[in-house]
Ligand binder design. Structure first.
Ligand code: PBG
Length: 332
């Protein structure tokens, strides 16, 4: 890169001197189009409950989803991500409830597609909200069995597609699942259903509050290091993304978000596909905690999402989506 001159002829503060000028030369900005809101669903009727580990986030029974969906629509958030809090008595070793066409996710998709057809729906494909051991796959001989799990995930993906899910998001980290899901979707004529692969998902400590929110935390005995990525690695992310794209993924997710910006940036340079970032529950918690204690003000949230855009993310899954959308509306 050329040198850009030297002081006093060059004064970098010149371009920062007023708001309009800063706006004029800004390289990245966020709009509501960049936001995806995760929503937790619970059983029962008329229930909206707080989640202790995630202040400000709630679980809704299916009939009460309307409340939050109205907000989503009003604030022009393009897509939501659905996560179930499955009652304990419906959990088993192989996550059978994942394939029940009346499970919380299926009921929700049907309701949303009927009442809010303009809102995009993405659904996680993984077994952890449904297994009594909290793992994303089936355990055989003390191991998470890859190929047996993939067979179930394919069925789960097909079921969600049948219900009307727009974007299938495998978050399980089994090998070969994207190819198997794409093949099955195409065979059943769901050629327009997208696959957003959680291709780069690290075995992270930052998922703690989420696991509490879906009720898998207390169940999970061991960690997920035999299938999720090792946080000491970055080159492995190219292999993960390369394979998933070959297998038919339309979009790629990097997760967690803020502490993996280096990964987003390097992937974006090499792969010309939409890369999404997940600002996960632990990241949310840390920022939210500081906001509640008034240690930071809420512009910190905009700053954190802008960082993802700067790194090259096309969109961000964030529990702050509604707050940000409201803030953007105020600013405009
Ligand atoms: C399930 C899943 C997890 C998250 C999203 N989907 C947890 C995990 O893999 O243990 C985490 C999201 C968050 O922390 O906000 N496979």
């Amino acid at each position: 890169m050329k040198t850009l001159g030297s002081y006093p002829k060059t004064r970098l503060r010149r371009l920062r001197k007023s708001k309009w000028l800063r706006n004029l030369v800004s390289e990245s900005s966020i709009t509501t189009n960049d936001l995806i809101l995760p929503i937790f669903i619970r059983d029962g009727k008329g229930k909206i409950e707080k989640i202790k580990s995630m202040p400000g986030v709630k679980r809704y029974s299916v009939d009460k989803l309307v409340n939050i969906l109205k907000e989503v629509k009003k604030n022009k958030i393009p897509m939501i991500a659905l996560f179930p809090y499955t009652p304990n008595n419906k959990k088993d070793k192989i996550g059978s409830e994942a394939l029940n066409e009346n499970n919380l996710i299926c009921q929700s998709i049907r309701l949303i597609k009927q009442k809010f057809p303009s809102i995009g729906i993405m659904c996680d494909v993984a077994l952890d909200p449904y297994t009594n051991h909290g793992h994303d796959g089936v355990i055989i001989k003390n191991k998470i069995d890859n190929d047996v799990t993939v067979k179930i995930l394919v069925k789960q993906a097909l079921l969600y597609a049948k219900m009307g899910c727009d974007i299938i998001a495998p978050s399980d980290m089994m090998d070969g699942r994207v190819g198997a899901i794409r093949k099955a979707l195409d065979k059943e004529n769901f050629t327009d259903v997208c696959i957003l692969s959680y291709a780069v998902k690290y075995a992270s400590h930052f998922y703690g509050p989420f696991r509490d929110a879906v009720g898998s935390k207390s169940k999970l005995k061991k960690n997920k290091k035999t299938y999720q990525m090792d946080f000491r690695n970055s080159s492995e992310s190219f292999r993960e993304v390369g394979l998933d794209l070959k297998e038919g993924a339309d979009m790629i997710m990097v997760k967690p978000g803020l502490i993996y910006l280096d990964i987003i940036k390097q992937l974006k340079k090499v792969f010309n596909v939409p890369i999404l970032a997940y600002q996960v529950s632990g990241e949310y918690f840390m920022i939210k905690n500081a906001l509640e204690k008034k240690i930071m003000n809420d512009d910190a949230v905009i700053e954190s999402i802008t960082a993802f855009k700067r790194a090259g993310a096309a969109a961000v899954i964030t529990y702050f989506a509604l707050d940000i959308a409201k803030k953007i509306r105020q600013l405009n």
